[in-house]
Design a protein around this ligand. Structure first.
Ligand SMILES: C[S@@+](CC[C@H](N)C(=O)[O-])C[C@H]1O[C@@H](n2cnc3c(N)ncnc32)[C@H](O)[C@@H]1O
Ligand code: SF4
Length: 450
């Protein structure tokens, strides 16, 4: 067990590394919309690269004040049809750029709340996007337990969806009031059991530790209830407190409302012990899975990946992001769509791809990205003689040695392995490989490690 001083020492702002470089460090000038189109044509057009599609549905019925996602709060459902029309049109722009249909291997509906939309609108969207689909396609959707109906789940299941995740966060009425998200255990039980009855084989619950007003007894109760429902995977996210980001309701939380860093760590450690003794395995930094689950098996065989959607079994060569704020990932770099829904519609109506910023990978980015991904997914990485790391060891060695001294890292013969105790600080170790984050470490840009 690491000492309190070590937890304090490493509890500093650090990226969650769902991308490298992290979005705040993209070199936007390298990825103007025109450059993006040219790169797509040069490296992707007609190549039949295996493709994941991420579709962002930014609408939610009410604001959960802890939430850091891109969302638009409305109860007006007339937004559905024009938004689906725009997504389909955006896909057609990609097909045109590609010089023909694109075969889809994976589809992820994320949000916001995808189940804000009626079943028939979701069906219209999915049918069109997957008109050309690989034989072994993987479909996932995020659902809000209060706004997911049996009809929606059945329609999506009939289209091929087998994975569904529900936001739970915490069951305590006090925490739920603080984050403006009231949902009962009975509601979560009902959607979970309905999903299972329909035939979903991978059901996931999102929990968050470090929320305002959250204490250890709340975590004990939430974990007990979660274990009763036995979801196949559990995402146990560290609450990211980023009140400076536009659109969150986090400004209303004072420092006193939030657990201290060692209280926060204790919440995670409790949940981890309880989940492991209930038969779950810890996956990466913040996930747990039953041994039968594909993600658990991918982790065990070293085949797990990390993308903007978090830990995944995805093994495709690119992700095309559709919808306001969606991010695409290619071998050549990242591209993000405009965030405002109004601006998104405007671009699509003008037959323009809505990409507005991104990043072209340098040679060094690609090499460092491999180390960061490997650390985040497998808690270890290796560098070769003559590699960039080896050649610049004078710069890296002091940090590696300090992590070793603090019991976080083992370092021998070009092999870096994070210790069991050190795993909560994997983001800190990744930062030593990240020249962008190191340069700007003094400003509050990321949430803290713990
Ligand atoms: C897009 S939301 C989930 C789908 C659906 N809208 C819902 O709320 O049930 C994805 C998940 O991100 C997590 N999340 C959102 N904001 C967060 C924050 N500030 N810190 C940590 N996790 C967060 C929550 O666990 C949430 O369920
Ligand atoms: S947690 Fe889910 S429902 Fe709540 S605001 Fe965020 S995306 Fe919307």
């Amino acid at each position: 067990m690491l000492k309190k001083e070590i937890i304090e020492k490493y509890n500093v702002p650090s990226p969650r590394y769902t991308s490298y470089p992290t979005i705040l460090d993209w070199n936007h000038l390298s990825m103007e919309p025109k450059v993006f189109q040219n790169e797509f044509i040069r490296t992707e057009k007609g190549k039949n690269h295996s493709t994941s599609v991420y579709i962002h549905i930014p609408f939610c019925e009410s604001l959960c004040t802890f939430c850091g996602c891109h969302k638009h709060i409305t109860k007006n459902h007339t937004v559905e049809q024009p938004y689906i029309d725009a997504l389909i049109k955006e896909w057609e722009l990609y097909e045109k750029l590609n010089g023909g249909p694109i075969e889809v291997s994976e589809l992820y509906l994320g949000g916001g709340t995808p189940t804000f939309f009626q079943a028939n609108e979701l069906k219209r969207l999915v049918v069109r996007i997957t008109k050309h689909r690989a034989s072994n396609i993987h479909f996932s959707v995020e659902g809000h337990p209060n706004h997911t109906t049996e009809e929606q789940m059945q329609v999506l299941y009939d289209l091929g969806f087998r994975r569904i995740s529900f936001g739970v966060q915490d069951y305590s009425p006090v925490v739920q009031k603080a984050i403006n998200r009231i949902q009962t255990f009975e509601q979560v039980k009902s959607v979970t059991e309905t999903a299972r009855k329909i035939g979903y084989t991978s059901i996931s619950h999102d929990l968050v530790f470090g929320l305002p007003m959250q204490h250890i007894d709340d975590m004990e109760d939430s974990i007990e209830k979660t274990i009763k429902l036995k979801p196949d995977t559990i995402s146990l996210y560290s609450y990211a407190h980023v009140p400076w980001v536009k659109g969150t309701g986090q400004r209303g939380f004072s420092k006193e409302d939030l657990p201290t860093s060692d209280e926060k760590r204790a919440l995670y450690e409790y949940a981890k012990r309880a989940l492991i003794s209930a038969g779950y395995l810890e996956i990466g930094m913040d996930h747990f899975g039953l041994p039968t689950e594909a993600l658990t098996q991918a982790m065990q065989s070293g085949k797990m990946n990390r993308t903007f959607m978090g830990y995944t079994t995805s093994a495709t060569q690119r992700t095309i992001g559709l919808g306001a704020s969606a991010i695409s990932e290619y071998d050549f770099g990242y591209a993000q769509n405009v965030k405002s829904i109004k601006e998104y519609h405007k671009r699509i109506n003008n037959n323009q791809l809505p990409v507005f910023k991104g990043h072209i990978h340098t040679y060094l980015d690609k090499s460092l990205k491999k180390h960061i991904l490997s650390l985040m997914c497998n808690f270890e990485t290796k560098y070769c003689p003559n590699s960039y790391i080896e050649q610049n060891l004078n710069n890296f060695a002091p940090a590696f040695e300090e992590f070793e001294k603090d019991g976080i890292l083992e370092w021998k013969n070009g092999h870096l392995k994070i210790t069991k105790d050190g795993q909560p600080f994997v983001r800190n170790v990744c930062m030593t490989f990240d020249p962008y984050a190191l340069q700007k470490a003094e400003k509050p840009r990321f949430s803290k490690s713990v």
